[in-house]
Design a protein around this ligand. Structure first.
Ligand code: HEC
Length: 120
């Protein structure tokens, strides 16, 4: 009697544990961004709209946080911006703090900074 119930429940528990640890692992990994040196990212067309939609709700001229709608602020804090947007989702310092950005949006900001954060 006991054996008939123990094996299936062991298999179920094992499967659940494996799946859960895979999911946790994904959330806990930093994001890898690869920049294509043949593609120039535009501040005006690519980066500024993402900042407006995904960062400026908190990072604006009245919040007391760094205002990322000001180009010079982004240029000065480039490395920290790159670091924050690639932190694992489980990291309390990840940006955006709430909401999310797509990998394409992450790449645009990250690679524009990699290209020297030009006013283009
Ligand atoms: C929901 C509000 C919110 C959103 C949206 C948000 N941030 Fe932040 N951000 C914060 C807060 C609060 C802090 C200060 C606490 C901290 O350093 O984690 C911060 C800090 C930062 C810092 C560190 C600033 C410093 O002085 O060193 C960077 C860089 C940053 N955010 C980048 C971004 C970027 C890029 C986006 C958009 C992709 C973004 N944040 C979206 C709330 C937000």
């Amino acid at each position: 009697m006991i054996r008939r119930f123990t094996l299936p429940s062991f298999i179920i528990s094992f499967t659940v544990i494996v799946i859960t640890s895979c999911v946790d692992h994904n959330l806990g990994s930093p994001f890898i961004v690869e920049c294509d040196s043949n593609t120039t990212v535009s501040y005006t067309n690519d980066v500024a709209p993402i900042i407006l939609a995904k960062c400026a709700g908190c990072h604006n001229s009245s919040s007391g946080l760094p205002d990322w709608t000001v180009l010079g602020n982004l240029q000065e804090s480039g490395q920290e911006v790159q670091r924050r947007i690639t932190l694992p989702l489980t990291d309390p310092g990840k940006m955006p703090r709430t909401g999310s950005i797509t990998q394409a949006e992450r790449e645009a900001i990250y690679c524009w900074i990699e290209q020297g954060a030009p006013n283009n």
